[in-house]
Design a protein around this ligand. Structure first.
Ligand code: SAM
Length: 398
């Protein structure tokens, strides 16, 4: 078993030093203890290779006590930077680009951010990669000024021709969030493209995208299989990110509607719809609870809801509106079994829970993904196809 020399300091890997089969056992027990009250929990789906699985990493830059530039991960629960040369969870291409960017920053004497004095330029470097061998580098600065911009871009490209786009992100806030709101493209198109589940997806810096590609395909496959869709169904994919699930499911249904609050992700989803020629998909940039509430008030018929909320889970408005709408099936994909348990307690008033499938997306961390399938207790369901008069679903709701 590989062991990271930094595991005692970094805090990124909760399960360092624990053999992978033991990690799986711990995750299985955690999901069992939280969710077995709702039904049988299936065996966790393991990662074939638990190392170098991440397609995204973000490194912080700062100074040590002697004023020397350091870079690495923020120590968990603090703003202290643990110097990191390479990380065994991220893919090798990212590790290579990270060392190169670090050398470029140091050799060009770029000032980095001193958090105590709120002074300096470079705060973080975020690197993303895709299965098509494309890499994105995002340079996050504390103000709109990026020192020696052209020289940095030229050097990154000279030593890393696999980098397809370089972005300058401005994060002026006193915050632990890595990215600020403004992105300026310094090189390339401002996005990279991945291939997932036989489709192509454009990913821009501020959009959510799953970090473990192989396990994501398995997770989506399980969710789509559990939904047992048919060509008369209208489906909602709530918290849809760049539309990966909406588009993967769209071939099985009459209509698929993705709902997402982040406008960068919705823009990606709209383009992903075009790239994949999925004319039966629509994307809405809106709070999922607010939008589903609107649909419920208009008595819109929805057959299936797939929901994949962030770690905090869903909210009262979303859950009560979904129950009011009463889709036949709900597929709940969760990255946090604690909030999943809380939300299942609400949904179980009207739904029976038939599948609880944990999937290990994040080896060496305590995180675990779970897919649940819920069936409406009303047994006399007739699937009624939704036929908007002018074919434009969204106009009907405005
Ligand atoms: C766990 S990600 C899932 C994304 C997508 N399903 C995927 O697999 O890539 C959760 C997504 O929910 C979005 N989100 C968070 N709160 C939201 C809300 N209240 N309404 C709609 N979307 C929200 C986030 O921006 C993020 O893209």
């Amino acid at each position: 078993m590989k062991k990271c020399p930094l595991h005692e300091f970094c805090g990124g890997c909760d399960y360092q030093g624990i053999p992978y089969p033991q990690q799986l056992k711990m995750k299985q027990e955690r999901v069992n203890s939280l969710l077995s009250e709702f039904g049988k929990v299936s065996s966790i789906i393991a990662c074939e290779d638990p190392y170098n699985y991440r397609n995204k990493a973000q490194f912080s830059f700062g100074y040590d006590e002697k004023g020397k530039i350091i870079s690495g991960y923020n120590m968990s629960g603090s703003h202290r930077i643990v110097p990191v040369d390479e990380c065994m969870l991220v893919n090798e291409g990212i590790n290579k680009i990270y060392s190169s960017v670090k050398r470029i920053i140091i050799s060009n004497h770029i000032s980095v951010y001193d958090e105590r004095r709120s002074k300096g330029c470079l705060r973080h470097v975020l690197i993303r990669s895709t299965s098509l061998g494309e890499y994105m580098v995002v340079l996050v600065t504390a103000s709109a000024f990026l020192m020696k911009k052209e020289k940095i871009v030229n050097d990154i490209l000279k030593y890393n021709p696999e980098v397809k786009t370089i972005i300058h992100n401005i994060n002026e806030g006193k915050t632990s969030a890595v990215l600020g709101k403004r992105n300026i493209i310094l090189y390339g198109k401002g996005y990279i493209t991945d291939e997932l589940c036989g489709m192509r997806f454009r990913i821009s810096p501020s959009s959510f995208y799953q970090v473990n590609r192989i396990q994501t395909s398995i997770l989506y496959e399980k969710a789509i299989e559990a939904a047992e869709m048919n060509k008369y169904d209208t489906l909602i994919d709530a918290y849809c990110g760049t539309g990966t699930i909406t588009l993967s499911a769209s071939g099985y249904v009459k209509k698929a509607i993705g709902i997402e609050a982040n406008h960068f992700a919705v823009k990606d989803a709209e383009i992903n719809k075009k790239i994949n020629d999925a004319g039966n998909c629509e994307f809405v940039c809106e709070d999922a609870g607010r939008y589903v509430d609107l649909l419920a008030k208009r008595k819109t018929h929805i057959d299936i809801v797939i929901m994949d909320p962030p770690r905090g889970g869903s909210d009262e408005r979303f859950l009560s509106s979904v129950m009011k709408m009463g889709p036949e099936k709900i597929i709940y994909i969760s990255c946090n079994p604690v909030t999943l348990k809380r939300d299942l307690h609400v949904l179980k008033k009207h739904y029976d829970i038939s599948i609880i499938q944990p999937v290990d997306m994040f080896p060496f961390t305590e995180h675990v993904e779970t897919v649940c399938c819920l069936y409406h207790q009303k047994k006399d369901f007739i699937s009624v196809p939704y036929e908007p008069e002018n074919g434009d679903y969204l106009k009907q709701l405005k």
